[in-house]
Design a protein around this ligand. Structure first.
Ligand code: MD6
Ligand code: FE
Length: 216
């Protein structure tokens, strides 16, 4: 890497354990942030971000698109993974190689060697958007972890227990932070608090989140 005089080197990533099975790899994705954002743009050109309907008939505040073999969708019929975009009927865009490489590298760093993601859900939060407490349980195999990448505007992640009633911890997530989540933590409740209005040099008003999973 070459750097201009006085330019800051990106910080070396560091790890913070959340609980057994879950860790935040701080700034892990900063080194590839421009390539990741370029990948998001290319995916969204094929399948634009959209606010889907929950099974209960509410419109989600977070806008989503997907890439890889399986996309996560929700509508009045429920939550599920499907191999085609329900709007176009076409297969989802291929997962950019920079996405796959980052996810595999992060999983291995967190102690989950051999992660083979076949799905990447891309979430876009604008100011006021949030995600309520939920479990990720639409996947076939809970032995594989989830790798979750935050880009752009910072957010507060809620990290709860295996029961909804357990009061969640609040975990600040900054640009480039990667949460890896598996083993005994795989089914913990989690969510994202309402995004505050802010501005990031690479993403403007938005926060993007990539979540990689093995859906099948
Ligand atoms: C988000 N993330 O950070 C939403 N799920 O925007 C998730 O729902 C999530 O970050 C499972 C594991 C890690 C996550
Ligand atoms: Fe989730």
């Amino acid at each position: 890497m070459t750097m201009d005089l006085f330019e800051q080197a990106p910080p070396a990533p560091w790890a913070e354990a959340l609980c057994e099975g879950a860790v935040v790899l701080r700034r892990f994705a900063v080194a590839t942030d421009a390539e990741l954002l370029d990948g998001i743009e290319r995916v969204a050109k094929q399948v634009p971000f959209r606010q889907m309907q929950t099974p209960g008939g509410h419109t989600m505040s977070v806008a989503m698109t997907c890439c890889g073999d399986w996309g996560w969708v929700t509508d009045r019929r429920g939550y599920r993974y499907q191999p085609q975009d329900p709007v176009s009927g076409e297969p989802w865009p291929a997962m950019p190689e920079v996405f796959n490489a980052l996810a595999v590298d992060a999983a291995e760093t967190a102690g989950y060697a051999g992660f083979e993601p076949d799905s990447c859900l891309i979430n876009r939060y604008s100011p006021g958007a949030k995600m309520g407490l939920h479990q990720d349980k639409d996947e076939d195999d809970f032995d594989q972890p989830i790798v979750s990448v935050s880009l752009g505007v910072p957010a507060t992640f809620q990290f709860g227990g295996l029961l909804r009633s357990e009061r969640p911890q609040r975990v600040p997530l900054a640009h480039g932070d990667v949460v890896v989540w598996g083993g005994p933590a795989r089914l913990r409740y989690h969510g994202v608090l309402t995004l505050k209005t802010s501005d990031h040099p690479l993403t403007g008003i938005y926060r993007y989140n990539l979540t990689f999973r093995r859906a099948w």
